[in-house]
Design a protein around this ligand. Structure first.
Ligand SMILES: Cc1cc2nc3c(=O)[nH]c(=O)nc-3n(C[C@H](O)[C@H](O)[C@H](O)COP(=O)(O)OP(=O)(O)OC[C@H]3O[C@@H](n4cnc5c(N)ncnc54)[C@H](O)[C@@H]3O)c2cc1C
Length: 532
C-alpha cells in the first residue's frame, strides 16, 4: 500500500471525526484524518483569546459526552478528566431575586422557595420526570435510526427498535401519555403548566431554545429541551461539567486515543473535493492538489459542506441535493469571552453557570429580533466561569467568563457583520452589568464571536450549533435526509460521521461512534461476501 493509500479517510478532526477515527483504527483499519484547521477539535477547542487568558472557544459545558464512548476509547486512560468539576446553575434576574440550583436538594429547594414555595415543591418532581422521559428517548442516541420503510431494516436494527419500544412502555401509562402530550408542544406552555416564577420559567425557556432558531412559544421546543436533558440520565454525564483545561482537553484525549490505535492525523490539510470514480468515492483531493485514496471516506464536516461543496457537481440526485440545501442551518448564538481582573459579587457566589433569562416574555422578545434578522436588543445569556474550576486558564488572581448570547442570527437583514459584533458585545455587557453589577469595570480584554465568525474560524456552516437544527423534522430517520439516516450517503464509499448525522450536536461523540459502527458492519459484510 503506497503512503497515500489508506483504508479510510476521515474528513475533519472535530471531536466526532476523531471518535470515528479512533474506533476504525482500533478495529485495524488504516485511517487518516485530514483537518482543514491548523489544530484538531473543530468546535471543541481551548484557545487563548487575550494574552494569558484561555477558554473553550465554542462549546463550553461538557454534559453530553457518552459514557460508552469514554469507556470504549479509554479516554480516562488518555488523560480525560471530564467529571472533576460539576457546576451548579444560578438564575439571575436583573434587579430581582436569584435562584441557586445545586446538587444539594435541600439548599436548592430553599433557594427556589424564597421566590416561590410552589415552584420549590414542583421543581425536583417535574425535572426528575423530564429527565426520565428524555432518558427513554436518549437510549436511541447511540443507535442507528431504523428506516420507516418496511423490510429495510436488518435484524439488529429491528431488535434495537423493539427494545426502544419496550423501554418506552416500561415508562408506564402515565409517563407515556405525558411524553406524547409534550413532545411537540412549546416550552412556554410546559413551563406555565408547572411553574409560577419568572426565574424558573425563563430558565426552562433558555434551556429549551439554546442553539436552535426557535423562541419559547415555537412548537418543538420541548423536544429540544428533552434532547438537552437526555445527557442528564445514563446517556450522558448526568450534569454540567467544566473540564479541566477547557473543552480542548476532551479533544487532546481523543487525539491520543486515535493515534494510540494507529490513526494518522494531519492538520492544515483542507479537503478541496472528493475523488469520485465510476460513481464511487475513492478518496479526497486536498487544496494543495495532493490526492489521497481510500475505499472509505467519512466526513465529519456538516452535510451541506460535504454534499454540496466537497462532492463535485453532477454526482447527486436533484431531489436529494435540494433536501440538503434546504436543511435549516441558521446559527443564532454568539460568544463573548471576557478577561476579568476579578469577579463581581453576584458571580463569586454562583454555581459556575449563570443564566440571565428573566422570564418567558424576555426570551420570546429576544427571539422576535432574530426573526426579523436583528441581534436581540436584550438577549438571554448563559455564562460559565471556567477559572472557578481551572485557575490555570488565566494569570494568577484573574478570571475568565465564557458567555453564550442568544439570539444573534447568522442571517442578518440590514446589520453589517462588524456592527452586529459590536452590538453583541455592548448589549451582552449591558445585561450582564444589570444582573451582576460591577462586571464592566473588571473587564481588561474581550473577544466577541458572531455566528459568521464561528463559521469562518471553526468551519461551522451558518455558525449552527448542531450542523443542522435538531427539530422533529430534522432528526432520527430524517437526519440528514429521509432514507439516509444510516450514515451511508448516496455515493457508495461516502459516509457522514459528524453532528449533521443522527443524533445531532453537542460534544457527545455519538454520531462519530454510530458512523464507525455502521462502517465496520459494512466492512465485515464485504469480507464475508468476498470469502463466500
Ligand atoms: C456557540 C456554540 C456553543 C456551543 N456550546 C456547546 C456546549 O456548551 N456543550 C456542548 O456539548 N455543545 C455545544 N455546542 C455544540 C458543539 O460544539 C457541536 O455540536 C460539536 O462540537 C460538533 O462536533 P463535530 O465533531 O460533529 O463537528 P465540528 O466540531 O464542526 O468538526 C468538523 C471539523 O471538520 C473540519 N472541516 C470542515 N470542512 C473541512 C474540509 N473541507 N477539509 C478538512 N476539514 C474540514 C472543521 O474544520 C472541523 O474541525 C455549541 C455550539 C455552538 C455553535
Amino acid at each position: 500500500m503506497s503512503a497515500n493509500n489508506y483504508d479510510a479517510i476521515v474528513i475533519g478532526a472535530g471531536h466526532n471525526g476523531l471518535v470515528t477515527a479512533a474506533y476504525l483504527a482500533k478495529a485495524g483499519i488504516k485511517t487518516l484524518v485530514v483537518e482543514a484547521n491548523d489544530r484538531p477539535g473543530g468546535a471543541a477547542v481551548t484557545r487563548e483569546f487575550a494574552p494569558g487568558f484561555r477558554t473553550s472557544a465554542v462549546a463550553h459545558l461538557l454534559h453530553a459526552l457518552h459514557p460508552r464512548v469514554i469507556r470504549d476509547l479509554g479516554l480516562e486512560g488518555h488523560g480525560l478528566r471530564a467529571t472533576q468539576h460539576r457546576v451548579g446553575t444560578t438564575a439571575l434576574i436583573p434587579g430581582g431575586p436569584r435562584i441557586d440550583l445545586t446538587g444539594d436538594a435541600a439548599a436548592t429547594a430553599a433557594s427556589i422557595g424564597k421566590v416561590s414555595p410552589a415552584d420549590a415543591e414542583a421543581y425536583p418532581r417535574v425535572m426528575a420526570r423530564l429527565v426520565r422521559l428524555s432518558s427513554a428517548l436518549g437510549d436511541f442516541l447511540l443507535r442507528t435510526p431504523p428506516s420507516p420503510l418496511a423490510g429495510a431494516n436488518d435484524f439488529q436494527t429491528k431488535l434495537a427498535l423493539g427494545m426502544f419500544a419496550l423501554k418506552l412502555r416500561m415508562l408506564g401509562k402515565k409517563d407515556m401519555l405525558e411524553l406524547s402530550r409534550i413532545l411537540t408542544i412549546n416550552v412556554a406552555d410546559l413551563a406555565t403548566d408547572f411553574f409560577e416564577s419568572d426565574a424558573i420559567k425563563g430558565l426552562l425557556a433558555l434551556e429549551a431554545t439554546l442553539g436552535v432558531y426557535l423562541g419559547p412559544r415555537s412548537p418543538n421546543t420541548v423536544f429540544n429541551l428533552l434532547y438537552r436533558l437526555s445527557s442528564f440520565g445514563k446517556n450522558g454525564l448526568g450534569g454540567f461539567y467544566l473540564p479541566t483545561g477547557g473543552m480542548g482537553s476532551v479533544v487532546d484525549a481523543l487525539v491520543k486515543a486515535a493515534t494510540a490505535a494507529g490513526a494518522t492525523i494531519r492538520t492544515g490539510a483542507p479537503v478541496e473535493r472528493l475523488l469520485i470514480e465510476k460513481e464511487i468515492a475513492t478518496g479526497v483531493v486536498l487544496k494543495s492538489g495532493e490526492e489521497i485514496r481510500a475505499p472509505i471516506v467519512a466526513s465529519s464536516a456538516d452535510p451541506q459542506r460535504t454534499l454540496l461543496h466537497l462532492v463535485p457537481p453532477g454526482n447527486l440526485d436533484i431531489e436529494f441535493s435540494k433536501r440538503i440545501r434546504h436543511l435549516r442551518m441558521n446559527g443564532c448564538v454568539a460568544k463573548i469571552h471576557l478577561a476579568l481582573d476579578g469577579l463581581p459579587d453576584a458571580l463569586k457566589s454562583s454555581g459556575g453557570r449563570v443564566v440571565v433569562a428573566p422570564g418567558i416574555d424576555h426570551v420570546e422578545r429576544a427571539f422576535d429580533c432574530a426573526k426579523y434578522g436583528r441581534v436581540s436588543d436584550k438577549p438571554a445569556l448563559e455564562i460559565v466561569i471556567p477559572t472557578l474550576s481551572d485557575p490555570s486558564l488565566a494569570p494568577a488572581g484573574k478570571q475568565v467568563l465564557s458567555i453564550l448570547y442568544q439570539y444573534a442570527p447568522y442571517r442578518l437583514r440590514a446589520t453589517p457583520p462588524d456592527q452586529a459584533r459590536a452590538q453583541v458585545f455592548e448589549r451582552g455587557l449591558d445585561l450582564l452589568e444589570q444582573a451582576a453589577p460591577g462586571t464592566r469595570r473588571l473587564v481588561r480584554a474581550a473577544e466577541t464571536l458572531t455566528p459568521h465568525d464561528l463559521e469562518t474560524q471553526f468551519g461551522l456552516s451558518g455558525g449552527q450549533w448542531h450542523q443542522g437544527e435538531v427539530t422533529l423534522d430534522q432528526v432520527f430517520f430524517l437526519r440528514p435526509a429521509a432514507s439516509f439516516q444510516r450514515y451511508r450517503m448516496p455515493i457508495p464509499g461516502l459516509w457522514l460521521c459528524g453532528a449533521g448525522a443522527h443524533p445531532g450536536g453537542n460534544v457527545s461523540g455519538a454520531a462519530g461512534a454510530n458512523a464507525a459502527r455502521e462502517i465496520l458492519k459494512d466492512v465485515k459484510a464485504r469480507k464475508t461476501r468476498a470469502a463466500a
